[in-house]
Design a protein around this ligand. Structure first.
Ligand SMILES: Cc1cc2nc3c(=O)[nH]c(=O)nc-3n(C[C@H](O)[C@H](O)[C@H](O)COP(=O)(O)OP(=O)(O)OC[C@H]3O[C@@H](n4cnc5c(N)ncnc54)[C@H](O)[C@@H]3O)c2cc1C
Ligand SMILES: NC(=O)c1ccc[n+]([C@@H]2O[C@H](COP(=O)([O-])OP(=O)(O)OC[C@H]3O[C@@H](n4cnc5c(N)ncnc54)[C@H](OP(=O)(O)O)[C@@H]3O)[C@@H](O)[C@H]2O)c1
Length: 354
């Protein structure tokens, strides 16, 4: 039984942080190993880790300077019924990026540009005691677990894509990924975490059942855990992975692991590198090319999993599966839709998308 949760996280440390993307990549995606020794934490493939990140101290300093505070001011947080120093509160508890409606009402006029709370605070009229009610809370960030605890009893592995983007004329970093990928010192910085159970996105109970795994980008993370677990347990069911990223040369995450499994005939592997050719190739195009076998696997009882981007990919993959059901099963559009619904009800169509 895990005793750690959002209000009582385990204080972990990063044991290892390695770049999965090559030097020519347009992304920075990291493999992280976090220490669980002494935590009593148990996890299963399909579970996620919730990380409680800290804001960048430079951003906190910016806020304090603009608010003409030292950071030593005591602050009572009614949400947690805890007293903090203002600096600690801003560092660990407050969302310094997205201004709340209550905070915006404290400004003389609405901001014209996309600005962070720290950039707007100079013009706002409030007393520091109001901060807990004016700022949104800093929420946990979730990451799919990429390891099996049978292989790593005292570790948990993650696959984290660093987020940075241009807004309001400045380069912005995602709070959680900047903390994990850039700011935390390996072996030293405390990383508060707890387990978020999968709620159904898990391996079939029957080890003979086959699994079809669709996971472009960081969506591949849980499948590393799935495959490690299935190999450890010598599950005889078939394993089929559809992975996609931008470039094979730079962005083929955990390539050695997948290619070795393919060589040993423990894994069927289909790859879609979207920016290697003149035309975009996505995982769903590989599904279509392999539609006869895909239909046969499903008809023989395979479980279908999709993980990664929710906005476009997951919908397009579902639409492709529906098209394959119609084409290979001779089903009408409505019948194919109902078949997907039935698979969902049977918990044989499982999605973990974000
Ligand atoms: C169940 C689950 C599992 C997940 N698993 C993983 C995983 O295995 N690996 C992984 O890397 N992530 C995973 N995520 C996503 C992860 O939780 C975070 O959302 C992600 O890392 C970004 O967090 P952040 O704190 O760095 O960014 P934030 O500080 O939260 O910033 C992200 C926000 O920045 C803004 N933004 C981002 N890009 C742009 C842009 N180009 N232009 C303008 N605004 C932009 C958007 O408002 C966006 O919501 C998962 C999410 C869930 C819910
Ligand atoms: N806001 C942003 O700018 C931004 C940027 C990156 C990621 N993200 C988010 O971060 C999460 C994870 O991203 P990630 O880095 O793991 O990878 P990702 O952005 O999901 O990309 C992985 C691969 O999927 C491809 N892809 C894009 N659209 C697709 C579609 N409709 N169907 C199938 N494949 C598609 C990408 O190709 P192409 O890139 O060549 O099209 C790439 O090859 C997602 O939630 C994503 O939405 C946001």
């Amino acid at each position: 039984m895990n005793q750690h949760n959002r209000f009582n996280p385990f204080s972990s440390r990063i044991l290892e942080r390695t770049l999965l993307t090559g030097s020519g990549s347009t992304k920075k995606t990291y493999h992280l190993a976090l220490d669980l020794a002494g935590s009593g934490i148990a996890y299963n493939p399909g579970d996620s880790i919730a990380i409680l990140p800290e804001n960048d101290p430079a951003e906190v300093d910016l806020f304090l300077k603009a608010a003409q505070c030292t950071g030593d001011e005591p602050l009572f947080d009614p949400r947690s019924q805890t007293e903090y120093s203002l600096r600690d509160y801003l560092q660990c508890k407050a969302n310094l990026h997205k201004p709340s409606p209550a905070f915006l009402r404290k400004l003389p006029s609405p901001p014209l540009e996309d600005k962070t709370v720290s950039e707007l605070v100079a013009g706002a009229a409030f007393s520091y005691q109001e901060i807990p009610s004016l700022l949104l809370p800093l929420l946990p960030r979730f990451y799919s677990i990429a390891s099996s605890q049978h292989l790593y009893p005292n570790e948990v592995h993650l696959t984290v894509a660093s987020v940075s983007y241009l807004a309001g004329g400045k380069i912005r970093h995602g709070v959680g990924t900047h903390f994990l990928c850039d700011r935390a010192t390996v072996g030293a910085t405390k990383v508060p975490l707890y387990i978020q159970s999968s709620h159904g996105f898990s391996l079939p109970a029957d080890p003979h059942a086959s699994i079809i795994l669709v996971g472009p980008g960081t969506g591949v993370a849980p499948y590393r855990a799935f495959l490690q677990e299935r190999l450890f347990k010598q599950a005889p069911g078939g394993n089929w992975l559809f992975f996609g990223e931008r470039h094979r040369k730079h962005d083929f995450y955990y390539a050695d692991f997948w290619l070795a499994l393919e060589k040993e005939k423990r894994l069927r592997l289909d790859l879609a590198f979207s920016r290697d050719g003149n035309e975009k190739v996505y995982v769903q195009h590989r599904m279509w090319e392999n539609r006869k076998d895909l239909w046969a696997w499903i008809e023989e009882g395979a479980y279908f999993y999709v993980c990664g981007d929710a906005k476009e990919m997951a919908k397009d993959v579902e639409a492709m599966l529906q098209r394959i059901f119609a084409s290979e099963g001779g089903l009408s559009e409505e019948e194919a839709r109902r078949k997907i619904k039935a698979l969902r009800m049977e918990k044989r169509y499982l999605a973990d998308v974000y």
